[in-house]
Design a protein around this ligand. Structure first.
Ligand SMILES: [Ca+2]
Ligand SMILES: [Ca+2]
Length: 171
């Protein structure tokens, strides 16, 4: 009787601690999200799939604090990526000049580099995906979605708590 009660208590404790303080393996926590950059290069569309396969989505930068964290992360780790070019979830694929996140959320915070988004200039008109590159000091650029970059992936903590990926201990 007593051991059954203890077992239940321990399981509850493990579950509680797990959902509140842990990101999935390989992700690091900042604010209300977990982040990772897999060492996998692809075009922008495939980058959304790379994140989805890790139960995450392509990064959505929602304020200066989040961008500051990402820039710090990139500044520490960009040398392990070659070339140091990265995809973020922003795009104007559906309607030129209307930038939104891959989830469909409206983009409320932006930090475009001077002259960006350029849409490739008057000759090309084909840049619809948001990139953060080391050679642009991480300032936002629109680039051709077919180019090859690394995906920056994000999981909101609420999604981790909500589960879907992790069934937890078997009772
Ligand atoms: Ca565009
Ligand atoms: Ca551009």
């Amino acid at each position: 009787m007593a051991s059954t009660v203890n077992c239940g208590f321990v399981l509850l404790l493990v579950t509680f601690v797990g959902v509140n303080s842990e990101c999935p393996d390989g992700f690091i926590k900042h604010g209300a999200s977990c982040y990772t950059i897999p060492h996998v290069k692809s075009d922008w569309s495939q980058a959304t799939v790379v994140c989805k396969e890790m139960n995450s989505h392509l990064l959505e930068i929602e304020d200066a604090a989040e961008e500051s964290f990402i820039r710090g992360f990139l500044s520490l780790h960009w040398r392990t990526y070659s070339p140091a070019l990265f995809w973020v979830g922003g795009n104007d694929i559906l309607e030129e000049g209307y930038w939104e996140w891959a989830s469909g959320k409206t983009m409320t915070y932006t930090n475009w580099d001077d002259g960006e988004p350029s849409n490739g200039g008057s000759d090309d008109n084909n840049e619809h995906c948001l990139a953060m590159d080391q050679d642009a000091a991480w300032k936002w650029h629109d680039q051709e979605c077919e180019e090859t970059r690394y995906a920056i992936c994000e999981i909101p903590i609420t999604a981790v708590i909500g589960g879907g990926g992790n069934p937890g201990p078997i009772g």
